[in-house]
Design a protein around this ligand. Structure first.
Ligand code: NAD
Ligand code: UD1
Length: 337
């Protein structure tokens, strides 16, 4: 019998792409999303890509009664927990909202899972938990720190999950630390659709390419990097989605809690990404150099060997594919969903 995965935040950017990979790998999925940063349209499109219906429940992870009902009515085997707010700037302005949604929401979810006896969890963490790394590439054993409420919410959740496992070793938890997810499904039907002005580099570049923004502002040209601009480990969202399938397989025969870096291990600068996107869209894209953005680190890229060894997972898609797929999504859906 196929396993049923409850996907919280499954209508969001990474969630929809992961639902597709899960369905293609033979899992049944059930999405729980409050659509605070998404809409049912993304799920409809994922349905048309897979040819399978994707059942969803509109609701909040902070709603304990709803969660009890879901676990009573569905034989859930594993929860993949994407639901969360993710804007760093917003988290600085509204810390309580972020802690309530991300941290309390995870507590309420874990409580309900414990009541239902469902103790298999894949959690969306972030490379942000490494703060400003002392050296590169970043291994999972590097010290963790956070400099904003969003990052702190991820660290708090990692720590509370570790406590949960210490208290009850029946829990089985994969903490997936994503580096910089970009790209889109190759069909061009689904992709990243940020509300308002994008904070992140790739959606911003894509909106410049499609004519919604005049130019890219490059935050800092004086970093100790080859061209002076910030270096990151961009990872194609389809590779990231595949990493979740591998994490599920890992959970089947391992006990415990473990963190895994999901990155490519390669660093690219802001200007590298801009050039790659210019190639993908066939246009030259204007940019202006500006001051560094507060809180940014110079360079951040993963040592992805643990995931290769234990999850049998490696990123396969290159920067050209990331840009080509992001461009197909953006050019065919200039205003998003
Ligand atoms: P997203 O905003 O597109 O998806 C998150 C989804 O969760 C949305 O559909 C939103 O409506 C839903 N949601 C939020 N709060 C909820 C709640 N209380 N109850 C139910 N649903 C709720 O974001 P994403 O990029 O797909 O990120 C998914 C997860 O991965 C998040 O936890 C994020 O912090 C983490 N992450 C993302 C990145 C990135 O760059 N995209 C990097 C590292 C980690
Ligand atoms: C940001 C968040 C991080 C979060 C991650 C995933 C901050 C400080 N960090 O990471 O916590 O986990 O997103 O969503 O917000 N850049 C520009 N111009 C732009 C946008 C970005 O030059 O308009 C540069 C940045 O300075 C950086 C690189 O592009 O060097 C990548 O930025 P971004 O996409 O925002 O990701 P991170 O900062 O790595």
């Amino acid at each position: 019998m196929s396993k049923t995965i409850l996907v919280t935040g499954g209508a969001g950017f990474i969630g929809t792409h992961t639902c597709i990979k899960l369905i293609e790998s033979g899992f049944d999925v059930l999405v729980l999303d409050n659509f605070s940063n998404s809409s049912p349209e993304s799920l409809k499109r994922a349905e048309s890509i897979t040819g399978h219906s994707i059942p969803f429940i509109e609701g909040d992870i902070n709603d304990a009664a709803l969660l009890d009902e879901i676990f009573a009515q569905h034989a859930i085997d594993v929860v993949i927990h994407f639901a969360g707010l993710k804007s760093v700037g917003e988290s600085v302005q509204q810390p309580l909202r972020y802690y309530h949604n991300n941290v309390s929401g995870t507590l309420v979810l874990c409580d309900a899972m414990q009541r239902a006896g469902v103790k298999n969890l894949v959690f969306s963490s972030s490379a942000t938990v490494y703060g400003d790394p002392a050296s590169l590439p970043i291994g999972e054993d590097f010290p963790t720190s956070a400099i904003n409420p969003y990052g702190r919410s991820k660290l708090m959740i990692e720590e509370l999950l570790a406590d949960l496992y210490r208290a009850d070793p029946e829990w089985n938890i994969a903490l997936l630390r994503y580096f910089n997810p970009v790209g889109a499904h190759p069909s061009g039907l689904i992709g990243e659709d940020p509300a308002g002005i994008p904070n992140n580099l790739m959606p911003y570049i894509a909106q410049v390419a499609v004519g919604r923004r005049a130019h890219l502002t490059v935050f800092g040209g004086d970093y100790p990097t080859p061209d002076g601009t910030g270096v990151r480990d961009y990872i194609h969202v389809m590779d990231l989605a595949a990493g979740h399938v591998q994490a599920l397989l890992w959970l089947e025969h391992r006990r415990g809690i473990k963190a895994f870096n999901l990155g490519t291990g390669q660093g690219y600068s802001v200007l590298d990404m801009l050039k790659a996107f210019e190639q993908a869209c066939g246009k030259s894209l204007p940019y202006q150099l500006a001051e560094r953005r507060p809180g940014d680190v110079a360079s951040c890229y993963a040592d992805p060997q643990l995931a290769a060894k234990e999850l049998n997972w490696r990123a396969e898609l290159d920067v050209q594919a990331m840009c080509a797929d992001a461009w197909r999504w953006q050019s065919e859906n200039p205003d998003g969903y």
